[in-house]
Design a protein around this ligand. Structure first.
Ligand code: VGL
Length: 217
């Protein structure tokens, strides 16, 4: 009897595996220093948290991979010639915002941690696990072909843009969560120009609401 059940179930399993697009979520730099009150505050930076939490909760519940990137700079990095000091290693400003959901399964990608490293793109980052040799984040993120990578966070015109452009370059299908990112806008057109560059490169714009609605089907 058991054998018969196996035979009946097997084709369904194969079908769902082949038709399933892999999905992953990348939350970029939702750290205290990029939120209001922080050293390099992005206007309305904290407003990305609520929509991102909905995505994080969904991905975690479904057992889908969630990645958090973080800026993690040494005090004397050359990056601070361009920007005010921010996200210094082991400081409160470098912590993820306290309201951000942090599932245990989420993997943290650390970037910008050497003196010469700007670390805009999470794809230049590494996965630090105990004393293990750091894993390049590309390996951590897995096979790009056939994977839809949803991206949101801070800031649209720097790290989010760098993440999206690199993700397209590596072959992911990239979905920018437009309601879940905010720009620094040093110049007023920076956000619009960043969005245009992403769109031209092949990034698809969506919202958390759209993404979650589509995901249910
Ligand atoms: C960022 C400016 C400087 C970012 C990082 O996370 O977008 N922006 N460093």
């Amino acid at each position: 009897m058991g054998g018969t059940r196996e035979e009946e179930v097997a084709p369904i399993r194969i079908l769902s595996q082949t038709s399933n697009v892999r999905r992953a979520l990348l939350v970029v730099d939702v750290q205290n220093d990029f939120c209001p009150g922080g050293a390099l505050a992005v206007p309305e930076g904290d407003l990305v948290i609520e929509p991102l939490n909905r995505m994080i909760e969904y991905f975690d519940r479904k057992g889908l991979p969630v990645f958090f990137s973080r800026d993690w700079h040494p005090e004397d990095t050359e990056h601070f010639k361009t920007w005010p000091a921010h996200c210094v290693q082991n400081t409160q400003g470098a912590e993820f915002h306290p309201d951000l959901l942090k599932p245990i399964s989420a993997k943290v990608i650390t970037k910008g941690f050497s003196k010469k490293d700007d670390g805009y793109s999470p794809f230049e980052g590494v996965y630090l696990k105990g004393d293990d040799w750091p894993t390049p984040c590309q390996l951590l993120l897995g096979q790009p072909q056939g994977t839809s990578l949803y991206i949101g966070g801070l800031a649209t015109d720097y790290c989010v843009k760098a993440a999206c452009l690199d993700a397209v370059k590596f072959g992911y299908s990239v979905y920018l969560l437009t309601d879940a990112c905010r720009a620094v806008n040093l110049k007023p057109m920076d956000e619009a120009e960043a969005l245009e560059e992403m769109r031209r490169t092949g990034v698809v714009f969506t919202t958390t609401e759209e993404a979650l609605k589509a995901a249910v089907i």
